[in-house]
Design a protein around this ligand. Structure first.
Ligand code: RAM
Length: 524
């Protein structure tokens, strides 16, 4: 399922006031210097089998044609690389031709990018071919990378000299302030580690905007923003960054006022010509949650109309069945899952967002709008139950399909009674085949739905299993896509373009602090 939208002559609607406010809120980036903690050579270029070398040997290790050196920085980094290069042997009589490959995971390090043939651009693969004409020299790479490992392959030299990597360092970059967070020390090693890696994931995605992933797409997406904002509120508390992102979305939109699924910020702010029905609704949700956290009246005044516009557009997508239909269903993201029927999810998303929109209207003292939204909510809820609730099977069915996603979103939308919701989630717990969930984004909402119906220990178990299995598979930061049963799964046709530090997977820190720990404390 490729997500490619190209609109000819797309001219976003700009709002200078919002954009200049977003500019004022641009955060200060923080930097540190990190050096490798170890190095190894891959015996075969594309096999992960490794041979450890102590770091002290690195400044003397010389590389001839075809040889490689892998540096391990010991943790996931986002930043700029500097290499100090020297040589052994005679004076270099030909350029050094190098390949640098940056990898977030060990597996990525040894993947052969030539084999990738997916739908997403291979330009995201973090590799460079360089000619170094003069040695010794200091190489400062201009591009920002996301990586833990760096593989330097000597593509060619001459028989007269070999290359030596004398020193390597990364100048890291992030707008996260670690002094604002406390390390969790719950006494439960797995939960503490999941919490720690969640925050590291969030921090490395906190740049001048909340990026979805510092490797890819390095960009602000609404669905990712919502989950980052939620976790940020429990941790780094950088509310100005949330506000900046909300203003960026408001500042450049579709010509008819819809919020784009993502915005570019360079060289200038510009909405992408991609619209996702569920993401636009989550914009309204994120505005309301931001206001809950901050009571920011300026933002309420500036963003209220835009937030309501998203709901009103969605209401216009209700068809003769009384539920959301047509193109809006096709425009729903929900999860990277080819087989998923999204019809029930689309309606549930609107119901869910209506709840937040009503709160927003009340916050603004806009009572006629609040009443209108209440009526819409009730009518839509009844239609949703008529169309999607299956009395015999006691769960939600979307065009004949029973999926976890349909149960989750209908439950989160409060479409049914608490008893029915419990049954729906019990059904979801039994589903292992069919439209399987594939992203931490969807798994987050799954855990939240389990919590909502009171299945707290199932929620905790699922969190431990899902995010814990990523740790077991070697995660330093949480990944964009992960199915423990199918580790090689990628939405793009090749895992070499997957992102392994992906914002929407940072929410366990939020879930643990907000739901799991307080529950334990009350049980003690
Ligand atoms: C991916 C991005 C992002 C997500 C969209 C729908 O390409 O990485 O995280 O929000 O898809």
């Amino acid at each position: 399922m490729a997500l490619i939208s190209i609109i000819k002559d797309f001219h976003p609607l700009g709002n200078e006031k919002l954009l200049s406010r977003a500019e004022q809120l641009r955060p200060v980036l923080r930097h540190t210097i990190r050096e490798p903690i170890g190095g190894f050579q891959l015996k075969e270029r594309y096999s992960p089998e490794k041979h450890e070398i102590v770091l002290q040997q690195l400044p003397h290790l010389s590389m001839g044609r075809g040889e490689n050196l892998c540096l391990d920085f010991g943790e996931h980094l986002v930043g700029y690389l500097t290499l100090e290069l020297g040589y052994s042997g005679s004076h270099p009589d030909a350029p050094a031709f190098l390949k640098l490959k940056f990898a977030e995971t060990l597996q990525e390090l040894s993947e052969n990018s030539q084999e990738y043939d997916g739908w997403l651009s291979r330009s995201w693969i973090q590799e460079e071919y360089l000619h170094v004409d003069q040695l010794p020299s200091r190489l400062v790479l201009p591009r920002r990378y996301a990586f833990r490992y760096l593989k330097i392959t000597m593509m060619d030299t001459s028989p007269k000299y070999k290359l030596i990597v004398r020193h390597a360092e990364c100048r890291t970059e992030s707008s996260a302030d670690w002094s604002a967070v406390r390390k969790l020390d719950s006494g439960d090693r797995q939960l503490d580690r999941i919490h720690e890696v969640s925050l590291k994931t969030l921090a490395n995605c906190m740049q001048e905007e909340f990026e979805d992933g510092p490797k890819r797409d390095r960009r602000l997406w609404v669905g990712d923003l919502r989950l980052m904002a939620m976790t940020n509120a429990m941790s780094f508390k950088n509310f100005d960054l949330v506000k900046r992102c909300l203003y960026l979305f408001g500042g450049s939109r579709f010509p008819d006022g819809r919020v784009s699924a993502n915005v570019f910020t360079r060289p200038a702010v510009e909405a992408d010509d991609t619209f996702l029905f569920d993401y636009a609704l989550l914009y309204t949700v994120t505005v309301e949650e931001y206001l809950q956290d901050t009571n920011d009246t300026e933002a309420l005044d500036d963003l209220y109309d835009i937030a309501m516009q998203q709901i009103e557009y969605a209401i216009r997508q209700i068809d003769e069945t009384g539920t959301v239909g047509g193109q809006a269903v096709k425009d729903c993201f929900i999860d990277w899952c080819e087989d998923l029927d999204k019809t029930a999810c689309a309606t549930a998303m609107l119901l869910y967002a209506l709840r937040y929109a009503r709160r927003l209207a009340r916050r603004k003292n806009d009572w006629s709008q609040a009443n209108f939204l209440l009526q819409q909510h009730d009518t839509l809820r009844r239609a949703a139950m008529r169309r999607f609730w299956d009395e015999d099977r006691q769960c939600f069915v979307s065009n004949g399909q029973i999926s976890a996603a349909s149960q989750v979103w209908m439950v989160l939308a409060d479409a049914c009674s608490p008893e029915q919701a419990l049954k729906a989630m019990r059904k979801a717990l039994t589903l292992s085949e069919g439209a399987r969930m594939s992203t931490p984004y969807m798994h987050h909402y799954y855990v939240m739905a389990l919590i909502r119906v009171g299945l707290l220990s199932e929620a905790e178990q699922h969190l431990r299993h899902y995010w814990g299995s990523m740790l077991d598979a070697g995660a330093d930061t949480f990944w964009e896509c992960w199915d423990p049963e199918h580790p090689e799964r990628s939405p793009y046709g090749g895992s070499v373009v997957n992102s392994y530090c992906h914002a929407w997977s940072c929410t366990p820190a939020y879930i643990i602090e907000k739901h799991l720990l307080p529950e334990r404390e009350t049980n003690d």
